[in-house]
Design a protein around this ligand. Structure first.
Ligand code: HDE
Length: 695
């Protein structure tokens, strides 16, 4: 069995790793002084291939060329079938409160212990090269390298799912991905196939409310919640089981973009979320989440108005309050995107002693799927040896050989039990993983539990729990998506479902689609209940009045007032914002006093969608010049219609007039620093009705 020291992990330069058999492996790194082939042969010329003469053919014997090109040809591995586009960061989890009463898992009982984690955020539908800001669920997968082995909590930023049974997963994924005959749309649910499937799948309706809400267009990956979705079990020393749901809550609060903003960000910066995370880590603004749990017994679960084993349902916080037990801090960007972010393999079946699965049929299917897909994607049963996937605790067994075997076990014994290797690994009933001794009885069959039949009550509860702004966004998102659907009968079928959720929502969407008649609602399998609204389901209710983690952009031009710029910059920075200066030219601006100001971005490439609030500090001459520049007009216009705070000096005010922007709350004089900072900490929701016709 490898000791911790023997197993080791890759150094940041990535050059040396000790295998399980104790031998050293050289791994190509950039810090070798001599360029070599993969066989270690020094290379004399990396610019020219071997040729018969200066104008002659290239020689087949050129092993340097052949090795290099062959390796290049094989550099890609299949991307993930879902969640292909992702961003991951290293960090740690620290337990604050012990769950010792409920579980033997050390990670949940050793208060103060810091466990390394690797956390990957992802979109679901798009390919690895797709944009960061489509309307889509975000994956939130955490690998905890615990003392008792790897525990993967593979969740999403939405607490429910589309389907109740894993057998429907290939269908829902096929329907949302690009249509197979035409190869589009990429990374978008707004097309016929998706809504056709959904309209024929009533169990999706609760999830539809979540995906049409602004949760699926987050402002930053640092501002999303995470959910384990399924119920799991905790098992204590006596083997007693308590059900648990896991929740991640961001320290920065929740924040989303507006749909128009998300669309424009996609064009401006396809890597918006990845860059945002990278810059935050680089600056030492480490994002942090609380880990909270909902704990409940079987007896309590039986009294819930929903079945907690149904992944299309959540347990409202008002019914089972959240208990905060720990925190996760992400503080180290990976050294290498491919080696870590691309090759990391999360699997809900990676679980440690003291935690166990529930009978949620979606979870049960997932327990099979991840290892299966990873064997295909990473190409060998030895992918657990890749440093990002390897446990950081001692590990060893009698599994051997296979493609890309990196370990060199010593000795003749490769079986267990054995008498020839008394020091070799042995099972340990006292500390080893044990399953809950659940009693199972009943008739085998392809059965859906009756307690899974209610598809609309929690959808209704979600819609009714939103603020009026969020309801309008949700209705408008449905109108947008269904307007991209070519088949009228699919639009009608969807509106029919909405009638069960909330008649007024159905009416808004039907109006937005200009349907001539209100479609019939389909038969519902269960009576729709009026559940108590749950404010915890809002985003606006969970936004934080803060500039921490947010960005303020200041537009300047030649002739700007340097002192005014400095004051706004300082006030925003003091409030925790990241401040960026934008000018027509990246080389900087010549200020009114003749000094030169360095800037962070060129106006045409740094539109206001990059910022949470803006200031425009320009002279009257600057305003006159910029009024002929559409990028400047767009800069202020978009900030206005995206409900952002705008601080202006005299020149800035003149530019607003050129852009036809009237006086409004949230537009303040740049000298009113306190007023600007207060407005910048939130969105100007009341402005929305004047700039956008929402459904
Ligand atoms: Fe996944 N899912 N999933 N999923 N999932 C994958 O595994 C699958 C589901 C989630 O950053 C795949 O390695 C099935 C729910 C995340 O690498 C695959 C079902 C939730 C990630 C797979 C579900 C998730 C995946 C594709 C229905 C939230 C990305 C690549 C039974 C709780 C992890 C891979 C990363 C990835 C299967 C449903 C979250 C194909 C069969 C529900 C965050 O195995």
């Amino acid at each position: 069995m490898a000791t911790k020291e023997e197993k080791g992990s890759m150094s940041s330069s990535g050059d040396v790793r000790r295998g399980n058999g104790g031998e050293l492996h050289q791994i190509a790194g950039a810090d070798h002084s001599v360029l070599t082939t993969n066989q270690g042969i020094p290379v004399s010329d990396n610019q020219n291939s071997l040729r018969a003469n200066s104008k002659g053919p290239t020689m087949l014997e050129d092993f340097v060329l052949r090795e290099k090109i062959t390796h290049f040809d094989h550099e890609r591995i299949p991307e993930r079938i879902v969640h292909a586009r992702g961003t991951a960061v290293h960090g740690y989890f620290e337990l604050i409160e012990s769950l010792g009463q409920y579980t033997t898992a050390k990670i949940l009982t050793e208060v103060g212990e810091k466990t390394p984690v690797f956390t990957r955020f992802s979109t679901v539908a798009g390919g690895a090269g797709s944009v960061d800001t489509p309307r889509d669920v975000r994956g939130f997968a955490v690998k905890f390298y615990t003392k008792q082995g790897n525990w993967d909590l593979v969740g999403n930023n939405v607490p429910v799912f589309f389907i109740q049974d894993a057998i429907k997963f290939p269908d829902v994924v096929h329907s949302v991905k690009m249509e197979p005959d035409r190869g589009f749309p990429q990374s978008a649910s707004a097309h016929d196939n998706f809504w056709d499937f959904i309209s024929l799948t009533p169990e999706s309706m609760h999830m539809v409310m979540w995906i049409m809400s602004d949760r699926t267009i987050p402002r930053s990956l640092r501002m999303i919640e995470g959910f384990g979705v399924h119920s799991f079990r905790l098992l204590n020393e006596k083997g007693i089981s308590t059900f648990v749901k896991f929740h991640w809550r961001p320290k920065l609060g929740l924040q989303s973009t507006l749909w128009d903003e998300a669309v424009k960000i996609a064009g401006t910066d396809p890597d918006f979320h990845r860059r945002d995370m990278f810059e935050a880590i680089e600056k030492g603004n480490y994002p942090e989440w609380e880990l909270a749990v909902q704990l409940f017994t079987q007896e309590e679960a039986e009294k819930f108005p929903i079945d907690h084993l149904d992944a299309t349902k959540l347990i409202p916080e008002e019914l089972v309050p959240l208990k905060v037990i720990g925190r996760m801090v992400l503080d180290r960007w990976p050294d290498n995107f491919f080696a870590e972010t691309e090759q990391v393999a999360y699997c809900p079946a990676n679980i440690v002693p003291g935690i166990d699965f529930s009978n949620d049929p979606l979870l049960q299917g997932r327990l099979f799927s991840y290892l299966d897909t990873q064997l295909k994607r990473l190409g060998s049963p030895n992918f657990h040896q890749i440093p990002i996937n390897a446990p950081k605790c001692p590990f060893g067994n009698m599994q051997r050989d296979g493609h890309m075997q990196m370990m060199q076990p010593k000795g003749r014994v490769n079986y267990e039990p054995n008498s020839l290797s008394p020091d070799g690994p042995r099972e340990d009933p006292a500390t080893g993983f044990r399953s809950f001794g659940a009693h199972e009885s009943g008739e085998k069959g392809r059965i859906r539990a009756e307690s899974f039949a209610d598809h609309y009550s929690q959808a209704r509860q979600f819609y009714r729990s939103q603020t009026e702004y969020e309801q309008a966004h949700l209705a408008s998102a449905l109108v947008f998506e269904l307007s991209k659907v070519e088949h009228l009968h699919i639009r009608q079928a969807m509106v029919g479902h909405l009638r069960h959720i909330e008649e007024n929502l159905a009416k808004r969407v039907a109006d937005g689609l200009a349907l001539e008649n209100m479609p019939h609602a389909p038969a519902a399998a269960a009576v729709v209940q009026d559940m108590e609204p749950s404010p915890a389901l809002q985003i606006i209710g969970k936004m934080k009045d803060t500039l921490q983690g947010r960005t303020v952009g200041i537009l300047v031009a030649d002739g700007s007032d340097g002192a005014a710029i400095d004051k706004v910059r300082k006030a925003a920075a003091d409030a925790g914002a990241n401040v960026k200066i934008v000018a027509p030219k990246v080389g900087g601006a010549k200020l009114a006093d003749g000094s030169h100001l360095k800037v962070d971005g060129q106006l045409a490439g740094t539109p206001s969608v990059m910022f949470d609030a803006i200031a425009v500090i320009i002279s009257s001459e600057g305003a006159r010049l910029l009024s002929g520049e559409s990028a400047a007009i767009d800069f202020v216009h978009n900030a206005f219609v995206h409900l952002k705070a705008i601080a202006v000096d005299q020149g800035g005010q003149e530019l607003l007039q050129k852009a036809n922007i009237a006086k409004d709350t949230g537009i303040v004089e740049s000298s009113d620093l306190a007023g600007f900072i207060a407005a910048a900490k939130t969105r100007q929701w009341a402005r929305e009705a004047s700039v956008r016709m929402l459904a």
